[in-house]
Design a protein around this ligand. Structure first.
Ligand SMILES: Cc1ncc(COP(=O)(O)O)c(C=O)c1O
Length: 364
């Protein structure tokens, strides 16, 4: 089912603020086979990084937070860092239409649709849903997709499995119609997109004021693999000893190792995901984008005590996983300095409004 009203727009000149900027890759990344030289400035960076006192994790651990939920407003979260490189490439190739995919409430699809429109391009987004014949309405990320005039293709899970072919077929149709499409894979997770998090690691360790210490561990949610691929490789290349823990919110860990390895291959490195990334399994709960009451209670607790709003699909599962591991293995955690990476997803909270309200009694 195709939903959304696609306004006809003229190809607008790229706004001044989005003019391509030269990109100076860190020296330690010099050996990679793909090293971008330019990107768009879409994300508000550097994002804040500070000591964080959050529920469950007591002071036996030194917890910090990196606020990549603050990379922007409608263009916020981890995807914007990847899009800086991917959309630069799309513009360089003269594209007028971006094609991508994700779950019904995909943050990546939303950020892509909004950024594409700001850059004067059309977007087609394929969203996986169990009920592709029912209009899912205007809610959360989907509302922003619709406001930004994306062409939204609702597809059932079996077709979503075949998403790369589906996107390439549409691209071929658009070429025949005289358009210039550019396909971005799920989550922006390919070699070029992973540069968003190679560079984010540079941002974390660049420490001119000497205020940011080295971290023993970095913890975050893993959804399509681009964030762990970029971060883990950057940690290794930069010579830091930080352990990278990617909390799996959907597929089997082997699937993620395979995806991350494909990105590492494309970047021309022999490093292997199995060595670089600790894929923390057991916290996908009821499954992708489905919440358990205990996750939503923790989301409320974190928000109510720290003012940081985690999202229900990714970051709360990562933080819930961190809390559970801490509860189970206090001794192993004692004295560690841990960085929690908040990868965004705020608009997903709106899609969970009813479930969140149901947790209200516990708090009043
Ligand atoms: C808010 C949020 N956090 C984390 C992730 C996972 O990042 P990645 O897809 O790079 O593994 C995603 C997207 O999948 C996301 O939208």
């Amino acid at each position: 089912m195709l939903i959304g009203v696609q306004p006809s727009i003229k190809q607008l000149p790229v706004l001044l603020m989005f003019k391509p900027r030269q990109y100076y890759a860190p020296q330690w990344s010099a050996g990679l086979s793909i090293v971008p030289r330019s990107r768009l400035a879409l994300a508000v960076t550097p994002t804040p990084l500070y000591r964080w006192r959050a529920p469950v994790i007591d002071d036996s651990v030194e917890l910090w937070i990196k606020r990549d939920d603050l990379t922007g407003s409608t263009l916020s979260g981890n995807k914007v860092r990847k899009l800086e490189f991917l959309l630069y490439e799309a513009l360089k190739q003269g594209s007028d239409t971006i094609i991508t995919c994700g779950g019904l409430q995909s943050n990546h699809a939303r950020a892509t649709a909004v950024a594409a429109r700001q850059l004067g391009m059309h977007s087609h987004i394929f969203l996986g849903t169990n009920d592709p014949d029912t209009d899912p309405g205007w809610n959360g990320n989907l509302m922003l997709d619709r406001l930004a005039g994306a062409a939204i293709h609702l597809i059932p899970p079996d077709i979503y499995e075949d998403r790369e072919r589906v996107m390439n077929d549409l691209a071929a149709d658009l070429v025949r119609a005289g358009k210039k499409p550019y396909v971005i894979p799920e989550g922006g997770s390919n070699a070029l997109g992973s540069w968003g998090y190679i560079d984010a690691w540079r941002e974390i360790i660049e420490n001119d004021a000497g205020e940011i210490p080295d971290f023993d561990d970095i913890v975050f949610a893993c959804g399509s693999g681009g964030t762990p691929a970029g971060l883990a490789l950057a940690v290794r290349m930069s010579g830091k000893q930080t352990r990278v823990h990617a909390v799996n919110v959907s597929d089997h860990p082997d699937t993620f190792h395979m995806r991350i390895n494909r990105i590492l291959d494309d970047l021309g490195t022999e490093e292997r995901s199995e060595k670089l990334v600790d894929l923390v399994d057991g916290y996908s709960g009821r499954g992708y984008a489905l919440s358990r009451p205990e996750e939503l209670r923790l989301l409320r607790d974190v928000a109510g005590t720290t003012g940081v709003i985690l999202d229900p699909v990714y970051t709360i599962k990562a933080f819930y996983g961190l809390c559970e591991e801490f509860r189970k293995n206090r001794d192993r955690f004692a004295g560690r300095r841990i960085l929690f990476l908040h990868t965004g997803g705020l608009f997903g909270v709106y899609a969970k409004l009813n479930e969140l309200v149901e947790t209200v009694d516990d708090y009043q």
